[in-house]
Design a protein around this ligand. Structure first.
Ligand SMILES: C[S@@+](CC[C@H](N)C(=O)[O-])C[C@H]1O[C@@H](n2cnc3c(N)ncnc32)[C@H](O)[C@@H]1O
Ligand code: SF4
Length: 395
């Protein structure tokens, strides 16, 4: 009835599953790392999960986070990603191998938050078909341009946006569609689009017979998808905060779609930029509807950037990750091109292990800030290599 649930929360994982995956993760971190006294005390300070039974490797993670392409067809000023196409992007066989390994470790969902726009990745529909074949779930964030714009969709995939949505609806795919404004011109401004034609809007009638303007692709999703697989993502920023309160939140409530209402994360092109933050009074009104602030996901996920390097969080820029000691070991690709054993990497790379026990709100933003503070007294010069100690980066 009430739409303010994150698609990742109980609809996907029960609290029991979460607890079990976190407990098993900790048990293997201890076993494989010998657990230094330092790390042990970090854990006991930060996570209170009792581990009473034998750890089970096949239930040691829940989420497989794969970034897909860095390419994007929008230019949102606020975007936290690097949005760059990478020279050595993950190929479909590599993505499949990562998923297969994570499924064996208990993964229940493939999560594509995106380093760019996932629907532009050449492997996108192979992934959509594969999750159906192996019986797992796919959770995707999209800006929805291809789902609304038939010409762009035909060019990319040889099918219309409508056909894309129908095909997605046939697989166990959950989608968060960007819905930052009900006004096409405002939306084009927020997304840095050249014209409102790039993302066509249409009217949608709610049961109460109220009407709301929305991207055509979102309306198509409301038509073809079961309601519980549809979500809208909104960044609560200065330019849309009022509209979010007045129009978008009531729509979420009435339609029963899921929501992912986020505070502005200061990373990527929005690094250290607070100019898009909403005024305090509006922020406080929106805050109760926001996704959970104290994110524990890092404890039970395996995440990989589109360049094949493992990362502890979503919006940690690959450029910053490069400054971590042991960076090269985060590369999932062996020199012969095969994919490393994810279980071993996840529990033995000191950075991945330690990052898990630094859960404090958005790890990604904190991490980037720590790196920036460390280098050049706040002025980040990407490309300059310094050997950071974990303690310098993580609290
Ligand atoms: C980086 S995008 C990639 C997927 C797709 N291109 C999209 O925009 O939906 C993943 C999610 O992060 C959100 N996002 C981007 N920059 C953000 C920021 N600075 N703060 C909070 N969320 C942000 C996007 O709105 C999107 O929902
Ligand atoms: S938020 Fe998504 S759509 Fe916007 S620029 Fe970033 S990756 Fe592209």
């Amino acid at each position: 009835m009430f739409g303010f649930r994150n698609l990742l929360e109980p609809q996907v994982f029960s609290p029991l599953e979460e607890t079990e995956a976190i407990a098993n993760t900790i048990a293997f971190d201890k076993e494989l790392n010998g657990m230094t006294a330092d790390l042990e005390s970090w854990i006991s300070q930060r996570v209170s999960v009792a581990q009473s039974k034998r750890p089970d490797r096949s239930h040691s993670l829940l989420l497989t986070m794969i970034m897909l392409t860095g390419k994007c067809n929008a230019k949102c000023e606020v975007c936290y990603t690097a949005q760059r196409e990478r020279e050595k992007s993950l190929t479909w066989p590599e993505i499949k191998e990562i998923i297969d390994q994570c499924l064996k470790l208990g993964s229940r969902t493939v999560y594509v938050a995106g380093e760019g726009e996932p629907t532009l990745d050449p492997a996108f529909f192979q992934l959509v078909d594969y999750v159906k074949k192996v019986g797992t779930r796919l959770l995707v964030f999209t800006n929805g341009i291809l789902l609304s714009n038939d010409n762009a969709a035909l060019k990319q995939w040889g099918m219309t946006g409508d056909e894309m949505v129908k095909r997605l609806a046939e697989s166990p795919v959950w989608i968060y569609h960007k819905f930052w404004s009900t006004k096409p011109t405002k939306n084009a401004e927020l997304m840095g689009l050249d014209s409102t034609d790039t993302l066509p809007y249409c009217m949608y009638s709610l049961d109460s017979s109220k009407q709301i303007k929305m991207p055509l692709g979102l309306r198509r999703m409301l038509e073809y998808f079961p309601r519980d697989r549809v979500g809208v993502q909104v960044i609560a920023e200065r330019r849309n905060a009022e509209e979010l309160l007045e129009t978008i939140l009531p729509f979420i409530k009435e339609s029963g779609v899921k929501s992912y209402i986020e505070p502005v994360i200061h990373s990527g092109r929005n690094f250290k930029n607070h100019s898009f933050d909403p005024p305090q009074d509006l922020y406080e009104k929106i805050q109760p509807y926001m996704v959970r602030q104290n994110c524990t996901r890092v404890a039970y996920l395996f995440a990989v950037h589109n360049n094949g390097f493992a990362t502890p969080g979503i919006s940690i820029l690959p450029e910053f990750l490069e400054m971590v000691p042991g960076y090269q070991d985060l590369n999932l690709r062996n020199p012969d091109g095969t994919i490393k054993d994810i279980f071993t990497l996840r529990h033995t790379h000191p950075f991945l292990v330690k990052a898990r026990y630094c859960i404090k709100g958005c790890l990604c933003e904190e991490f980037n800030l720590k790196v920036a503070e460390h280098i050049n007294n706040g002025k980040v010069s990407v490309g300059r290599r310094e050997c950071l100690k974990y303690e310098d980066i993580l609290y």
